[in-house]
Design a protein around this ligand. Structure first.
Ligand SMILES: Cc1ncc(COP(=O)(O)O)c(C=O)c1O
Length: 426
């Protein structure tokens, strides 16, 4: 068959876009070349419904080894006793956690989407808000920090079955111990979705949710720097104290319920080529230099936050503990939408984002979310954060000046030549 030049030309254009632009989307990263290679391999052809040693199809002996290695490596990273590496994405992982822990119509309590939470934590637009009775806590207006008092008072009054922590746009660390104390008063499950900061937790640079939260989910493609996908983990398996039963009415341990919730509960055949790539990325995380990467992410984020503050930008919570920051642009008379679209023209990519207590619609927003995992992978250090913020600021301060935008775009392209991406691909 003829090579599909139409699609491969587009893939090459996307590679050039990634090479030449400054990537500040907090949820994106660049995998290693070997992770990329593993994803384009033949396990994609294999059906393997079930789990290693218990598949519904023949010929699974090799993908069993791949999946077992992925599980063992992941457990080692987080000192977990059980892991499931099959979720196709973070949203799929979270769907399985909901299915295992709460019945339709029961109450769950999560961080409000408009305050930094995620769609899958109870948004009315998502399965989690449509099928379950979702309640929300927020952040304090004065500090931008999670309002643990509000979380506690809602929890004690409403007695949700599950309390969800974790966020998509929150720049501070979490007090998991406090949430667990609240949950224990009402017998709730604590579910931490660490999709964003997982790489920093893996390297011990942020608080450890595993000691306090019953169930942990994550994506693998953000700070973990693996292929696009999801995972679920437990450090301590337990006979579920909530009397949750499997579809046949048997009491099961949490790990068994979660395995059943992934397959057959919410997914069919696992993506074994992606699981192979997950395993490769997990080995990279276990190697010595990943901790240095995590430390550099935090140093870069702090240097970037300082550079924005120096130029008069209003950072929610005044700074960051992790890999991202949320900036309220109202004092700059800009919307998040305008900022995103204008920066796009200069090949600087980030996303508009609601800020807490935003007065604009989610399609416009008053803010932007800025993250450093991807540019840190490209090799940038603290000094380059000043350069990047300088370019962002020049564009944002003249959003209708086409000359400034095209000058910055040319500078971005030259600047990025110093930080090669996938030199293996010619
Ligand atoms: C906290 C959180 N959970 C879950 C997800 C969903 O991940 P995915 O896009 O892989 O479904 C995201 C994605 O941005 C996220 O930020």
């Amino acid at each position: 068959m003829q090579k599909d030049s139409q699609i491969f030309d587009l893939i090459n254009r996307e590679l050039e876009r990634q090479r030449n632009g400054i990537e500040l989307i907090a949820s994106e990263n660049f995998t290693s070349y070997q992770v990329l290679q593993a994803m384009g391999t033949c396990p994609t052809n294999k059906y393997a419904e079930g789990y290693p040693g218990k598949r519904y199809y023949g010929g699974c002996e090799i993908v069993d080894e791949i999946e077992t290695l992925a599980i063992e490596r992941l457990k080692k990273i987080f000192n977990a006793s059980w892991a499931n590496v099959q979720p196709h994405s973070g949203a799929s992982a979270n769907a399985a956690v909901f299915l295992a822990c709460v019945k339709p119509g029961e109450k769950v309590l999560g961080l409000d989407l408009s305050m930094g939470g995620h769609l899958t934590h109870g948004s009315p637009a998502n399965f989690s808000g449509k099928n379950y009775h979702a309640l929300f806590y927020g952040v304090k207006k004065e500090t931008g920090l999670v309002d643990y008092d509000q979380l506690e008072s809602i929890a004690l009054k409403e007695k949700p079955k599950m309390i969800i922590c974790g966020a998509s746009a929150y720049s501070r660390d979490w007090d998991y111990a406090r949430i667990r104390t609240v949950a224990d008063k009402i017998g709730a499950v604590v579910f931490a979705d660490i999709a964003h900061p997982a790489g920093l937790i893996a390297t011990g640079l942020l608080n450890d949710p595993f000691e306090h939260c019953h169930i942990i989910s994550s994506t693998t493609h953000k700070t973990l720097r693996g292929p696009r996908g999801g995972i679920i983990m437990l450090r301590h398996d337990f006979e579920n104290p909530w009397g949750i039963k499997d579809p046949k009415g048997n009491l099961r341990s949490m790990s068994q319920l979660l395995d059943l919730a992934v397959f057959p509960g919410t997914q069919g055949g696992p993506l074994e080529h992606v699981i192979a790539a997950k395993a490769v990325s997990f080995a990279e995380i276990l190697a010595d230099d990943f901790k240095a990467y995590g430390k550099q992410i935090i140093s870069n984020a702090q240097a970037m936050a300082k550079a924005f503050v120096k130029r008069g930008y209003d950072l929610i919570s005044q700074g960051t503990d992790n890999h991202l920051m949320l900036i309220d642009l109202r004092n700059k008379n800009l919307t998040g939408k305008k900022a995103q679209e204008t920066l796009d023209k200069a090949h600087i990519t980030l996303n508009k984002n609601a800020v807490p207590f935003d007065d604009k619609s989610p399609f416009v927003t008053s803010g932007i979310r800025v993250g450093v995992p991807a540019i840190t992978t490209r090799g940038m250090k603290e000094n380059e954060m000043e350069t990047v913020v300088g370019m962002v600021d020049r564009v944002l301060m003249s959003p209708d000046d086409e000359k400034t935008i095209s000058d910055v775009k040319a500078e971005v392209q030259t600047f990025m030549q110093k930080f090669p991406l996938y030199p293996e691909i010619k």
